[in-house]
Design a protein around this ligand. Structure first.
Ligand SMILES: *[C@@H]1O[C@H](CO)[C@@H](O)[C@H](O)[C@H]1NC(C)=O
Ligand SMILES: *[C@@H]1O[C@H](CO)[C@@H](O)[C@H](O)[C@H]1NC(C)=O
Ligand SMILES: *[C@@H]1O[C@H](CO)[C@@H](O)[C@H](O)[C@H]1NC(C)=O
Ligand SMILES: *[C@@H]1O[C@H](CO)[C@@H](O)[C@H](O)[C@H]1NC(C)=O
Ligand SMILES: *[C@@H]1O[C@H](CO)[C@@H](O)[C@H](O)[C@H]1NC(C)=O
Length: 243
């Protein structure tokens, strides 16, 4: 039983691997148009040209006659794909021979159609006493890359979650995340550490105000004490003078 399951897994794995190409030559957005170039200059009128999508021939021109044209080919020989669908992801191969059948060119390109990221990412923040934890999330997070920006400058972190040491942060520091794939990117709004705010003011500004206020009151009290003391001393002196 286990053996059968294993064989099935390998079978499916094998299928998915051979259908997707190991490495994509081109990444194109779903719904876009794309022309797969024929990297062969001087295509002549009488040359034989064959384009295949996987093993299916989608264009064939031989002896100056188009025999198959389920897909449009430009005069320079490039394959013109319009309004790309997911099913257009494939291994495209091309062959060029001259009118006598002599080999001129052979090439293969793998086209990968992927969806653009359309929604704006959202940052969830947790600002504890010692660290700031930010998590960047986006709808449909398949095969996306994450990048973080601190004060609009790109950081080297590229994980979904960013953890920063609070000691190294200024309260004015802002963070945002950039979610991207090969055909698009989207930026989140800027975010700050929210716990550092007290009545809408920065924690340290508040501390400074309180400290200054406290200092002023202290000076006032000192001045008052000095005045009262002097007054008492003067009174005593006056009384002594009378005697
Ligand atoms: C793509 O197609 C070519 C020619 O048809 C074939 O040799 C090659 O193995 C294919 N590659 C993949 C990854 O399917
Ligand atoms: C793709 O090409 C078609 C026909 O040439 C055109 O109508 C359409 O606007 C193009 N689409 C894009 C996304 O450029
Ligand atoms: C194929 O060629 C015929 C004749 O030239 C043309 O009418 C038709 O529109 C072509 N089809 C495609 C998909 O280019
Ligand atoms: C925030 O982080 C602190 C410390 O890491 C943790 O104890 C707490 O559960 C977190 N809160 C949320 C809402 O994730
Ligand atoms: C977001 O990331 C993409 C992919 O790395 C990059 O091309 C783009 O310039 C970045 N955008 C910003 C604003 O950093």
């Amino acid at each position: 039983m286990r053996g059968i399951v294993l064989i099935f897994i390998l079978y499916w794995y094998g299928i998915s691997v051979s259908n997707a190409c190991g490495k994509c030559t081109f990444y194109v957005a779903l719904g876009d148009n794309f022309s797969i170039p024929l990297e062969h200059k001087n295509l002549r009128e009488h040359d034989e040209l064959i384009w295949k999508k996987n093993s299916e021939t989608v264009y064939k021109k031989k002896k100056n006659r188009v025999q198959i044209n389920t897909t449009v080919v430009s005069s320079s020989g490039s394959l013109q794909l319009i309004d790309l669908k997911m099913t257009d992801s494939a291994n495209y191969s091309v062959e060029v021979h001259d009118k006598n059948g002599a080999f001129l060119k052979e090439d293969r390109k793998c086209l990968c159609v992927i969806e653009k990221i359309l929604s704006k990412p959202h940052i969830q923040s947790n600002c504890s006493k010692s660290k700031l934890t930010l998590t960047c999330s986006v709808k449909k997070p398949n095969n996306v890359k994450y990048a973080w920006l601190k004060n609009k400058k790109e950081m080297k972190e590229n994980t979904k979650t960013l953890i920063e040491d609070k000691k190294k942060l200024k309260s004015s520091d802002t963070f945002s995340c950039n979610v991207s794939n090969e055909v698009s990117y989207q930026m989140s709004d800027d975010i700050k550490c929210p716990d550092d705010k007290l009545l809408g003011l920065d924690f340290w500004v508040m501390v400074a105000i309180l400290a200054t206020g406290g200092g002023l009151i202290l000076i006032l009290i000192l001045v008052l004490v000095v005045c009262v003391c002097r007054r008492l001393k003067q009174n005593k002196d006056r009384e002594r003078g009378k005697m």
